[in-house]
Design a protein around this ligand. Sequence first.
Ligand code: NAD
Length: 350
Amino acid sequence: MKKASADGARMVTLIPGDGIGPEVIAAAVAVIEQTGVKPRWDTQIAGMTAFKRVGNPVPDALLRSLRQTGVALKGPLETRVGEGYRSINVYLRKTFNLYANLRPVHSFQGVHTPFRNVDLVVIRESTEDLYAGIEHEITPGVVESIKVITARASRRIARFAFEYARREGRQFVTAIHKANIMKLSDGLFLKCAREVSAGFAEIRYEEQIVDAACMRLVTDPQAFDVLLLENLYGDIVSDLCAGLVGGLGVVPGANYGDKGAIFEAIHGTAPDIAGKGLANPIAAILSGAMLLDYLGHPREAKRIRAATGEVLQSGGTLTRDLGGIATTQQMTDAVIASLRTTASSAADHA
Ligand code: NAD
């Protein structure tokens, strides 16, 4: 990916996506622009929307845009279960070598769940494992799906996790695996994680078997800090972690490579509520804050986090998934109003 700019403003590919994507991405764009940062958005269709419109879920124009900008804010894309085209998300992550999927999960005051003070980060390898998509039928009634784990990708994601932990002042990294059963593949992943951990003496390194880790996450989530996982376990465990703090509507995410990044919430297209104005925009808005950090606007990113935290804490404007009655637009307006208040009180104190 090549980073490009035009007329002074940074160009960012904007993929509204399918289902609730256009609703929550519009919210994220409005909130980002309220901070005063106005990237030049290059809007591109993808997924089912593109398939229906131009017969291709991943049009050339989208790939060209991503190559040019090197960075995207993306809504969810529909991938049909057991039929149709392969996942475009997996395709994009592999094509642009976005190997590290990062999902910060923390409790919000005002969002009621049985769990308090959750503060962990899921780091998931996202280019290989069973997502390599190598599946075939050996004979009718018998299929094979191949799990690919390489030392190169395992070391790379482990290094990413430890460097992230060091940069963010995190205490420890837990590698999550099933090496007791998959001795070769998960065994290699663990071996690489151990090797990399040796170069980060100040960061504690732990290992847990994935099933035990899931149980521990729902009984003692404070026992985790940075979680390091292969692709499939990372996919499953990050939804579990979202459940600890209020669900898919509040957890953002990003896919990083060495030369580019795509920012997107964990959640999917939510077909059950798409087009009804009921989607929670917070996950997309917070993914937008991660984008601003990446673009070099940490102050604005912090303001967005503070504003969303304030809206959630006040409890007056919550979408249905959080037990409220607010629409996507009302929640977005509340975040924008909170941003305006902080901007004017900062001006008063200037
Ligand atoms: P989903 O995340 O779309 O929905 C699961 C449940 O969570 C639904 O009840 C939905 O209403 C709710 N939900 C999700 N996001 C919400 C939000 N922002 N506000 C309020 N409620 C929300 O998962 P699914 O139903 O398993 O998948 C639907 C489609 O999305 C599938 O085609 C799947 O492949 C795709 N998907 C895409 C991505 C992506 O593009 N990154 C990620 C996951 C799933």
